[in-house]
Design a protein around this ligand. Structure first.
Ligand code: NAD
Length: 350
C-alpha cells in the first residue's frame, strides 16, 4: 500500500513510518515539523525509494489537497497532532486548530481524493485516525475503558482529540468515507520528545536535575511500548472493520511513582551517578485537572485481530533507558534547539 502518514516525524508517527517501510509499504510522511518533530527519527528510512517527505501543515487546505492529488495514497494514517497536556493548558487554541480544524481539512481532502478513485480502489481505501484513551475521561480505582465507554474528556488536549474522533466517525456516516479509529493508552519508547513522563525522568536524570513527580504520583496509567502500538496500528489499518473503534493497550497498570522508580533503578544500572537516582525525586504541584486513572480493555482487538502487546513493561522501560543513555546526541540536538524541560501548564490566577 501507499500510506500517507501524518505526523510521521513525531514519536509514534516515526515508529509507524519505520515499521511500514520495513513491512514493504510505500510511505508519504506529511509533517509540519513543529517543536516535537525530529527528522532524525526517520533517518533510517529517509533514503529508501519507497519513502517521501512533505513538510506541510494539515490546516493548509490547498497544500493538503495538492499532496493527495500528487501522491494518490491508498490509505491515510492520521497521527499529526498537538499532543502534550501541559502545553494544551497553556495554549488550548493551538490544540483546537491542529487537532480539530486540521483533522477536518484532512478529512475533506481525503474525501475528495476518495471520490475520484475507481470502485475497487474506493472500497480498499482507509482513513485511520490515531487517537487516545484520554477521550474517555478518568477512572476511579476499578474498571477499564472499552470501545463502548462514553466520551467524557477533562482537558483541552483530550477534548480536542474527542472532537477529531467525532469528525472522523461522522465523515464515515455522512459521506461513506471508509474510516477506522483507534484509542490508545500512554506510549513510551525511543525518540519520545522529552516533555512526557518517561523521557522527562530519563533526560533530567542524565542532566543531574531533580525528577519531578506531579502531585502524589498515585495516578495510574496503562503503558504501551511504541513498537507494540505501531504493530497494532498497521494491523487495524489492514484488517480492522470499517466504522469501528479499537482500544489499544491492556498492559499492567502502574502508578506514576512506580514507573519513576523502575526508571530510576534502570538509570542506576546504565548511568550510575554519585547518589541513587531515586534520591533526586521531588514532588511538585499537580497538573490542573490531572486524570486519576486510565486503563484499557483491549479484548476486542485480541478477539478480532489476535493482537496483544509483546513487550513487558519492565523490559520496555529498561530498553528505553538504555536507548536514551546511548543516544545522548539526539537529546543534545533537542536541547540546542532551545528545549530545557521547564515546567508548563500550571494555571496562574489572573
Ligand atoms: P508528537 O508530538 O511526538 O508528534 C506529533 C507530530 O505531529 C509532530 O511530528 C508534529 O510536527 C506533527 N504536527 C503537529 N501539528 C501539525 C500540523 N498542524 N500539521 C502537520 N503536522 C503536525 O506526538 P505523538 O506522541 O507521536 O502522538 C502522535 C499521535 O498519537 C497524536 O495524534 C496523539 O494524540 C496520539 N496518541 C499519543 C499517545 C502518547 O502516549 N504519546 C497515546 C495515544 C495516542
Amino acid at each position: 500500500m501507499k500510506i500517507l502518514i501524518t505526523g510521521g516525524a513525531g514519536f509514534i508517527g516515526s515508529a509507524v513510518v519505520r515499521r511500514a517501510i520495513a513491512d514493504g509499504h510505500e510511505v508519504v510522511n506529511l509533517d509540519a515539523l513543529t517543536y516535537s518533530a525530529n527528522l532524525e527519527n526517520v533517518e533510517s528510512v529517509a533514503n529508501d525509494p519507497r519513502y517521501a517527505f512533505e513538510q506541510a501543515d494539515i490546516c493548509d487546505q490547498a497544500r493538503v489537497r495538492e499532496i493527495f492529488a500528487r501522491h494518490r495514497p491508498d490509505a491515510v494514517m492520521h497521527l499529526a497532532a498537538e499532543s502534550h497536556n501541559d502545553r494544551a493548558i497553556e495554549g488550548p487554541l493551538d490544540f483546537v486548530r491542529t487537532n480539530v480544524v486540521g483533522t477536518a481539512v484532512l478529512l475533506e481532502a481525503a474525501r475528495e481524493h476518495w471520490n475520484g478513485l475507481s470502485e475497487p480502489a474506493k472500497s480498499q481505501f482507509r482513513f485511520h485516525h490515531v487517537s487516545t484513551d484520554e477521550v474517555f475521561g478518568a477512572l476511579g480505582e476499578e474498571g477499564a475503558f472499552s470501545e463502548t465507554t462514553p466520551y467524557d474528556p477533562n482537558s483541552p488536549y483530550s477534548a480536542s482529540k474527542a472532537g477529531s474522533d467525532h469528525l472522523v466517525r461522522v465523515w464515515g456516516r455522512t459521506y461513506g468515507l471508509p474510516v477506522v479509529i483507534t484509542n490508545c493508552a500512554n506510549n513510551y519508547g525511543p525518540y519520545q520528545f522529552p516533555e512526557k513522563l518517561v523521557p522527562t525522568v530519563i533526560t533530567r536524570a542524565l542532566e543531574g536535575k531533580t525528577i519531578p513527580v506531579y502531585g502524589d504520583g498515585r495516578q495510574v496509567r496503562d503503558w504501551l511500548h511504541v513498537d507494540d502500538h505501531a504493530e497494532a496500528l498497521l494491523l487495524v489499518l489492514q484488517k480492522g472493520r470499517l466504522d469501528e473503534t479499537y482500544c489499544i493497550g491492556g498492559t499492567p497498570n502502574r502508578r506514576n511513582l512506580e514507573i519513576i522508580q523502575i526508571l530510576c533503578a534502570a538509570l542506576d544500572k546504565y548511568a550510575p551517578a554519585n547518589t541513587t537516582h531515586a534520591e533526586k525525586i521531588a514532588f511538585v504541584a499537580d497538573r490542573p485537572g490531572h486524570d486519576f486513572r486510565y486503563a484499557i480493555d483491549a479484548s476486542k482487538l485480541k478477539a478480532e485481530l489476535g493482537w496483544e502487546a509483546k513487550t513487558s513493561l519492565e523490559d520496555g522501560l529498561e530498553q528505553t533507558v538504555r536507548w536514551y543513555v546511548e543516544n545522548r546526541d539526539w537529546i543534545e540536538g533537542i536541547r540546542q534547539r532551545g528545549f530545557h524541560s521547564e515546567r508548563l501548564g500550571l494555571v496562574k490566577a489572573s
